[in-house]
Design a binder for this molecule. Structure first.
Ligand SMILES: Cc1cc2nc3c(=O)[nH]c(=O)nc-3n(C[C@H](O)[C@H](O)[C@H](O)COP(=O)(O)O)c2cc1C
Length: 182
């Protein structure tokens, strides 16, 4: 069982990183092989809305903007389950998470064949600050992405600086459970 954990924070010691560590430990405890990638360490630019709104994403299911997206996108079919963790910025995904999900959705959502996420368990995590403002809208955006790419929504979890103590334990347990389920 190959699991990809995608993080989208520039902060390598923050809440997103702590969530990634908990999810990794849980998946490994269940016997999974875990790969982690931090979108902020890659060069993945914004969707350029090529042509009149669609580029090669529509029919060829490939993005014509050449950067690190290509390699990451090509690798996704090799994974059986996914965890994506974004910090909550302005009640939304972080910029790097937004760029990745926008482009992945365009390449995957209109496929006649199975998408690279289709029927695979996917856990979406929103890591917020103390206020937790916009936690739900961030999760709602993630939920919409999962719907469009036909992933199996295993869980959607919100975590804040206040809930960190017990939610990291929950995330460990959820990740472990996801591997047994997959
Ligand atoms: C640009 C920016 C916008 C933010 N917006 C929100 C927000 O809307 N709601 C919230 O609860 N926290 C917000 N925060 C706080 C982060 O979500 C919080 O610090 C989170 O832990 C960041 O993840 P990290 O620890 O991985 O850096 C924001 C932080 C930044 C930098």
């Amino acid at each position: 069982m190959n699991v990809l954990i995608i993080t989208a924070s520039p902060n390598v010691e923050g809440l997103t990183a702590a969530c990634s560590n908990a999810a990794k430990a849980g998946a490994e405890a269940a016997g999974a092989n875990v790969v982690t990638t931090n979108l902020n360490k890659l060069h993945i630019g914004n969707c350029q809305a090529c042509g009149n709104g669609w580029g090669t994403c529509r029919n060829e299911h490939k993005c014509q903007v050449q950067d690190d997206f290509q390699e990451l996108h090509a690798s996704l079919s090799g994974f059986d389950a996914f965890v994506m963790i974004t910090p909550v910025y302005w009640g939304d995904l972080s910029e790097s998470a937004k760029a990745f999900t926008d482009r992945a959705r365009r390449c995957e959502a209109l496929k006649q064949d199975k998408t690279v996420f289709e029927a695979k368990p996917f856990m979406a995590i929103a890591a917020a600050g103390g206020s937790g403002n916009g936690l739900v809208s961030c999760l709602a955006t993630m939920e919409r992405f999962l719907t469009h790419v036909k992933a199996d929504k295993f869980d959607l979890l919100g975590i804040t600086q206040k809930s960190r103590g017990y939610k990291l334990d929950t995330l460990y347990a959820a990740s472990k459970a996801m591997i047994s389920y997959a």
